[in-house]
Design a protein around this ligand. Structure first.
Ligand SMILES: C[S@@+](CC[C@H](N)C(=O)[O-])C[C@H]1O[C@@H](n2cnc3c(N)ncnc32)[C@H](O)[C@@H]1O
Length: 207
């Protein structure tokens, strides 16, 4: 006879934690077409956790992920840092749809996703920022998410400059994490305070 005590019943918290146990488990939240894009386009879980810890200062932090894709950074960060409010803004509506479905499955409340171009987002609503080289797709010829994004140096420069100007207007103390960034979008008053993951992950604070 199997007793009640002998049966392993997962608590809701344990079920939630299972999704974040490794990248393969997390990608089960999405259809195969999305997980196939992960290696090139979505932040690894351990990177998201490290970035989220740096972006939490303990002052009701509001963090914007600039180009949030299917929400992997925001969801992993929101799970790791429940006191921080994460917002993802993403140009492609079909990716935002996947992000919202994944969020519903996880039941995370401290995250939301906006379908918009970054150039239409007011940065004043946010304290700190995460950027995984979102505009590089405008330069890349291969491994694109879909064929919708035009290959255009002019667009790359326009978006990068918009981000540069927004960051330049943020107050001292603003934190930024970049992953695989070309750094053309980072104003000189953002000081590099730490690097990890072979120099691909960088932590910045504005002085
Ligand atoms: C490298 S992916 C990173 C996704 C997510 N931040 C993560 O780490 O899991 C960059 C995303 O930025 C989006 N993107 C590119 N240009 C954008 C723009 N101008 N406004 C909003 N999103 C943009 C792309 O569609 C893509 O989903």
């Amino acid at each position: 006879m199997v007793t009640f005590a002998a049966m392993h019943l997962s608590t809701p918290a344990e079920c939630l934690d299972n999704w974040f146990s490794n990248d393969v488990a997390f990608h089960e939240l999405y259809p195969a077409v999305i997980s196939q894009l992960a290696r090139r386009h979505w932040t690894p879980l351990r990177v998201a956790r490290k970035a989220a810890a740096f972006l939490r200062t303990g002052k009701e932090d509001r963090v914007l992920d600039i180009g949030s894709g299917v929400g992997k950074f925001c969801l992993a960060a929101a799970h790791a840092e429940p006191t921080v409010q994460f917002t993802g803004v993403e140009l492609r509506p079909w990716l935002v749809e996947h992000a919202r479905i994944a969020q519903q499955k996880l039941g995370l409340k401290n995250v939301r996703f906006l379908a918009a171009n970054i150039k239409d987002v007011c940065f004043k609503q946010f304290d700190h920022f995460y950027f995984y080289n979102s505009f590089y797709e405008n330069l890349a010829e291969s491994e694109k998410i879909d064929q919708e994004m035009p290959c255009s140096l002019e667009l790359f420069e326009r978006y990068s400059y918009y981000l540069y100007k927004q960051l330049a207007n943020r107050p001292a103390g603003t934190r930024l994490v970049t992953y695989h960034s070309l750094e053309t979008e980072i104003p000189a008053d953002f000081h590099l305070v730490q690097t990890e993951i072979n120099g691909y992950l960088k932590y910045w604070i504005k002085v």
